[in-house]
Ligand binder design. Sequence first.
Ligand code: MOS
Length: 734
Amino acid sequence: MRALSATTVLGEPIDRVDGPLKVTGAAAYPSDIAYRDLVHAVLVQSTIGAGTITAIHAEAAEAASGVLAVITYQNAPALAPAPMTGLGPSLPLPFRDNRVFHHGQHLAVVVANTHELAVAAARLVEIEYEEMTPVVGLDNPRAEALHNPWQADMRRGDPAAALASAEVIVDETYTIAAETNNPLGLFATVASWEGDRLTVHDSTQWTVMERQTLATVFDIPESGVRVLSPYLGGGFGAGLRVYPHVILTALAARVVGRPVKLVLTRPQMFTSVGHRPETQQRMKLGALQDGTLVAIDHGCTSALGIEGTNFGRVTVVTPPSYACPNVATHDHQVRLNIPNPGYMRGPGKTEGNFALESALDELSYKLRIDPIELRLRNFADVHPQSGLPWSSNALQECYRVGAERFGWSKRSPEIGSMREGHWLVGYGMAGVTFEVYQPSCEVRVSIHRDGSAYVRSAATDIGTGTYTIAAQLAAELLGLEVGQVNVEIGDSDLPTAPQSGGSGLATSLGGAIVDAAGNLLRAFLKTVADDDRSPLQGMSAEDVAVTNGRMAAIEDSSVGETYFDILERHKLDELSAGGEYNPSAGAPGIAGPAAFAARFAEVHIDPELGLVRIARFVTVVDGGRILNAKTARSQIIGATVMGIGMTLLEETVIDSATGRIANATFGDYLIPVNADVPVLDVVFVGKPDELSPVGSKGLGEIGLVGVSAAIANAVYHATGRRIRSLPITIDKLL
Ligand code: MOS
């Protein structure tokens, strides 16, 4: 079969295959799903930050026009305990009792014949509380602190001794405000029961995990639950967990005996689908005068909900990043009366990189060593924890290519020495080492007599290009046109797939497609193994190449026949084959895979007004094989915009007196607009990674990592102001 070393369609910057469906409105997002007898649910949320419910007055709402039910903890059918999932324990279930843990907690669901009637009736639900003072703020002395149960402390060498004997020390604290995943598509759920069978259309990044969770809490077999999520208006991690509103929609549908739709409002997005928790990091670096790192001690405290279960793996970036012999990390969490944090793009690693790469920049000024040179002196030739060779690592090339494209040599090292008119000019950079996660995945591939092919998997495309790369890869491996390949995904009934998250899906699904395509070609050859009329009789998959829907001998391409001929002669409508990728098999003696990047920012700062403008931004990424140059570049561009938001604008403000989110609208919670974003230069370097059958390493998150440090470092270069607290707002610069 075709080796991926000489590709024709894989990697090409083809347009998204789902693009026409999306721009014509033909792609049905969860909120577009309609049923004949569909009714609508609206949430009633807590207006206190902590306490207990003492009374619920639902009579007026129940009597309102068109209302079918008002469901609260007092009348809701009991749910079974939620399961462990692939991401640890489920979130606490809604409607268990009268306790209120955060402002915006869902306390009632009103179901009515129309959305408008449900909204009107929801306003009539009155809830009385016994209010307590919410525990808010990372440094709140009333907060319960815990050692992060998901991230054990690590240590190599003797960091304490190495810090004590280091020639130069950086010891600083970095804070990052909470920020909220805000996919443009409001999260929506449509739930429909037929007897004990449940169908859910949902904004989820993980259909199979949602099926498991719903089956468990409703105490029905998994085979009786179908979760559909073929199109999603963005995810960014908001769809990685089964949040309470999803369960409540299914619960409401069960109570009223009709299909129910629930669409979160924009303000409800801030309280309902997780967020990147506030963090405080202490970073200690010890170095020699020549720049050699001798010790790193990285600690983090991150916020957690009172009953939250998300891991805050912030320090996990540090051990693999540099060839430093003495490293320790510690992760702590504190429980606060806040909506449960979740996973927001590059969760943990993005925050950890900001502290690490800011501290290195601080060290570069103390030592008067160029920031790139400092990183090169500490480059990890082998994985610094395991000592094993990397499966692939083009980080040095990222620095070199990035410096060239950016014009780093034009940087004058003195602080505040570069100007353009009245603007102060700063250059900053950051390195990124991003160990990727590759879960196992299954897929089914088929070729039909009419010339069409199908790729089927439960995986979801969160807008990043999964449909497109799956079609390209199958076309490449089966010798078909991309247009012949239909990709059917986002359905838990299809072969099991992991989350579209953790930067792992393209590699995992791709690996499964490689396996399935090989199996399918073998199935065709097996079909003709005893067929005297087939020129392919007796050949094995290693003997044949595929092009234009035809299998032919590698030795002599005139010896072969088309898939159509084989199917027709054998009176088959189709042949199909399953495939899987199971990376847990691993590769002994090799470290990785890890993706790498270098980020370069030029900022312009108005010294009187404290305005920060990003003038230029250059990114060089080693993501292994690039499966589609256009969607890959879009991933990095989109993530860089997100990084600009995180660095300069985004902050979920929780009022300390009430626990209420004070800016839960797009009028108040600022995200970058076009005027905030310069032309973003993106380059890919590196080679296909040997640990993956397709050679990719994952691009979903790395585009966000390093943006903040590069910008903050540029701000320092321009102004001499070291801002260790994100976002870098005007008040911090004046
Ligand atoms: Mo991402 S937080 O893995 O969707």
